[in-house]
Design a protein around this ligand. Structure first.
Ligand code: NDP
Length: 297
């Protein structure tokens, strides 16, 4: 082969052609990767077969077809079930099935015992964002760095890649931590819309204000990170806890005036009051992390 010989796209196997699996498969096919697919319900492989994928009759056949095997199934148990009879020796298994950190770690040990290298992935995207370079879609990866490096180019086809460490539980942990942050935001947005709902305030007029406010507040995570790393929650505090707790009574009284339940707010406000009562009024809200996950010092 000369230095100028074109590099052939790596052939790979995809287990699972649900909504996400189909989006992933479509991106690999569009980029010219020979693709073998398997799905428990064979009819769901139709779309990818029409676009050029080879359909394997069993998961074991699909695994035998290629060294690189990507699983995108419902949950961790379905990965174990699907791969029960597959020969994994010498295979590179990339698991894009959502799971917990412990599931990632035990699946890595399970794969290693069967002779495979293992990389776990957490997809930070919905199917329409896959294969669309400008969408911001990416996948968090953890586990075998060697596998990641070797297949990085192929893995980058459907979405961006972010490797977060050799611990195979870290992709899931990062994924869930990001989703948990998102649900906090969803809770705030839900409460905010409830507050205005019965007034003559069109939600469409309110939404831009809400979006730009959340956007302006989001960088507080950088300050919180600096405080957590230094262990000093009083560093660079803009609005201290004592002031915030005093102000929060306005939030509760307004919810009462508007006749809406404060149930989304109260757990967080209760933590703020607890931290204050323990003598930490000069801190930022990052100090609340200490109540949930006490530090070692
Ligand atoms: P779907 O429900 O569309 O597909 C689920 C897939 O899992 C199907 O291929 C299904 O096969 C298969 N499956 C379920 N149970 C078993 C089993 N016991 N043995 C073998 N195969 C099984 O889900 P998605 O494609 O949307 O999701 C796949 C993964 O991607 C999930 O882990 C999800 O959390 C993750 N993900 C999805 C996102 C999304 O927005 N859709 C976003 C980020 C991550 P069958 O067709 O036979 O039922």
């Amino acid at each position: 082969m000369t230095d100028n010989a074109p590099v052939q796209p790596t052939p790979l196997t995809l287990l699972g052609t649900g909504a996400m699996g189909t989006a992933l498969g479509r991106a690999w096919l569009a980029a010219g990767h020979p693709l073998t697919v398997w799905n428990r319900t064979p009819a769901r492989t139709g779309a990818l077969a029409a676009e050029g994928a080879t359909v394997a009759a069993t998961a074991a056949d699909a695994v035998a077809a290629n060294r690189l095997v990507v699983a995108c199934l419902l949950d961790d148990a379905s990965v174990g079930e699907a791969l029960e009879d597959a020969g994994l020796t010498g295979r590179d298994l990339v698991n894009l099935t959502t799971g917990t950190p412990a599931e990632g770690r035990s699946r890595a040990a399970w794969a290693k015992a069967r002779g495979a290298r293992f990389l776990d992935g957490g997809i930070m995207a919905v199917p329409p964002m896959i294969g669309a370079p400008q969408s911001g879609a990416y996948v968090l990866y953890s586990g075998s760095a060697a596998l990641f490096e070797e297949h990085r180019e192929t893995l980058t086809v459907p979405a961006g890649t972010t490797y977060v460490g050799a611990d195979p539980g870290f992709a899931a942990l990062h994924d869930v931590a990001l989703l948990s942050g998102m649900y906090g935001m969803f809770a705030g947005v839900t409460h905010a819309f409830a507050l205005i709902r019965r007034e003559d305030i069109p939600p469409k007029d309110f939404a831009p204000l809400l979006v730009s406010w959340l956007h302006a507040m989001a960088p507080m995570a950088h300050t919180a990170a600096e405080q957590l790393e230094s262990g000093d929650f009083t560093r660079n505090v803009t609005s201290n806890l004592a002031m915030q707790v005093a102000g929060s009574t306005t939030l509760l009284r307004t919810a009462e005036e508007q006749g809406i339940s404060p149930e989304l707010l109260t757990p967080f406000l209760a933590l703020m009051r607890r931290r204050l009562s323990e003598g930490h009024g000069d801190e930022d809200t990052a100090g609340l992390v200490d109540l949930l996950a006490p530090g070692e010092n």
